[in-house]
Design a protein around this ligand. Structure first.
Ligand SMILES: Cc1cc2nc3c(=O)[nH]c(=O)nc-3n(C[C@H](O)[C@H](O)[C@H](O)COP(=O)(O)OP(=O)(O)OC[C@H]3O[C@@H](n4cnc5c(N)ncnc54)[C@H](O)[C@@H]3O)c2cc1C
Length: 462
């Protein structure tokens, strides 16, 4: 019996889809290379079947049958991942969590909400918003992604500087391990019960189990909001300004800094290196923070910019052009997010943008920062390359990535901030973790998934 036959036999008939529409729609995620290969007739094949579990028990059955048949199992949230975390093979079982979509419980006293892993991010936010609460996690892809996907990729939201990344917001994780056993990790607001095993699932990218349930901690919606914007003469001047703000103890949820090229794209009134902020909280705190950053900006030589720039960003922040519009013009493009401590971030910015701009056919090499910490911040590079010949597009794409990774590592940065590893970054895992760190990850993978069926080819180097 094949694995598809075994699944069809074990699950309700409508849970296992073998029609071309279902299989074709979930062949890959939003990685540009997969779209490029589709257009060049070299796209990912269809999976053997798509399983849409209706219960945690269905997930356990699927995981056990895949292990028994040695069939690759690829979890799929909504396919908004951008690093090649989902690519089907002809023998692959694609596990689409989309039918596990219940809001299980919202607890307004303890400020927690329990969701099935397949709940769409915006649906989750709207469910708690109806009670005057917020998750405070606003990835640009909030409407395109699932709460389980957020955990699996260690996602970051646009308001992270005050509200944290997903690892700061998650309260408990329920997952089916590759053995088929169910585990729930996280019982209280904090524990000193050995290593925090929730982190085995955070960033696991479908390689260590299937996340089936997620409990997130919530906040009351902010009573007040204000925006500010300033122009820094150089990227370094903007970094110094941001460092002073967070190290003094202020926490604007949104702090973003654009280089000159991206400031021009942000808004007609933005100039130099625009730094924009959204301030939220009790009205007195917001007023004090606005006054403090405005005073600091004047002291540090940054000029005020019109608040309309930030209002415009708030209104348009989730609009992204599709890959087809770019590929149609013979251009490959992508974003690459990294992080670095304060004393290295300027060097990372300079080296990576310079190196990418030297690639033949480079149309853009720019960056902004969007997530700020007491010890440093991220950079979000954008590149666009139009090679002379269409057959060189993929090579130009990989060369751009190689240069950002190499220059970031050489300048002392960390190679990923929030999109994860997938396939595109896997070869740099040793640079990021060291050889012993890679061995530790491989050991964990072998211990949990001895049959090697969970999302092979992703995250863990061979
Ligand atoms: C326009 C756009 C904007 C984006 N903006 C942001 C942003 O602001 N911040 C950010 O962090 N990311 C962003 N992303 C990336 C992406 O949205 C995130 O990585 C998101 O968390 C992926 O969720 P998903 O449900 O779509 O997962 P998928 O893309 O379906 O899967 C991603 C990976 O997680 C695994 N996976 C998914 N669900 C599960 C599960 N239940 N159990 C185990 N493994 C699972 C998959 O196997 C895969 O390896 C953006 C993407 C796009 C296209």
């Amino acid at each position: 019996m094949t694995v598809v036959e075994a699944l069809t036999h074990a699950l309700d008939a409508d849970r296992v889809r073998v029609d071309a529409d279902a299989r074709s729609a979930r062949r890959h995620d939003y990685w540009m290379v997969s779209s490029l290969r589709d257009r060049q007739g070299r796209g990912a094949p269809m999976p053997a079947c798509v399983v849409r579990p209706a219960s945690v028990a269905d997930v356990q059955t699927t995981v056990r049958l895949c292990a028994a048949h040695g069939a690759a199992l690829v979890p799929f949230g909504q396919g908004s991942g951008v690093v090649g975390g989902v690519i089907a093979g002809p023998e692959t079982v694609l596990l689409d969590l989309g039918a596990l979509n219940r809001v299980r419980e919202i607890d307004p006293v303890n400020l927690t909400a329990r969701f099935d892993a397949g709940v769409n991010g915006l649906v989750a936010e709207e469910a708690v918003a109806a009670l005057g609460l917020t998750i405070g996690h606003w990835p640009q892809s909030i409407a395109l992604s699932t709460v389980g996907g957020w955990i699996a990729t260690r996602a970051s939201g646009q308001f992270s500087t005050a509200y944290g990344n997903i690892e700061d917001i998650v309260y408990a994780v329920e997952a089916v391990l590759p053995s088929g056993d169910l585990v729930t990790l996280g019982r209280g607001p904090r524990a000193a019960a050995g290593p925090d095993l929730r982190h085995v699932m955070l960033g696991s990218e479908g390689t260590l189990g299937v996340i089936t349930g997620v409990t997130l901690s919530l906040r009351r919606k902010a009573a007040a909001q204000a925006v500010t914007a300033f122009a820094a003469k150089t990227m370094q001047a903007g970094f110094d300004f941001q460092r002073e703000i967070v190290q003094t103890g202020w926490r604007p949820p949104v702090m973003r800094q654009y280089d000159e090229r991206e400031s021009g794209r942000l808004h007609a009134d933005a100039r130099d290196c625009a730094v924009i902020m959204v301030h939220e909280g009790p009205a007195s705190l917001v007023a004090a923070e606005v006054e403090a950053v405005t005073t600091l900006a004047a002291e540090m030589g940054l000029a005020p910019l019109p608040p309309a720039i930030v209002e415009h960003w708030l209104g348009h922040r989730n609009h992204v052009p599709g890959w087809d519009q770019i590929l149609d013009r013979g251009i490959v493009a992508d974003t690459v997010e990294v992080s670095a401590p304060w004393d290295r971030i300027g060097a990372v910015y300079d080296a990576a943008t310079r190196s990418v701009s030297e690639i033949p056919g480079c149309l853009a090499a720019s960056a902004h920062s969007s997530h700020v910490y007491r010890s440093g911040l991220n950079l979000y590079f954008t590149f666009a390359i139009r090679p002379d010949a269409a057959q060189d597009m993929e090579a130009a794409y990989f060369e751009s990535w190689r240069r950002v990774m190499t220059e970031t590592a050489a300048a002392g940065g960390s190679l990923s901030h929030h999109h994860g590893i997938g396939r595109i970054r896997r070869d740099w895992m040793e640079t990021e973790l060291g050889a012993t760190g890679v061995t530790l990850l491989q050991t964990l993978k072998r211990a949990l998934d001895p049959a090697g069926v969970m999302n092979p080819g992703v995250l863990v180097p061979d």
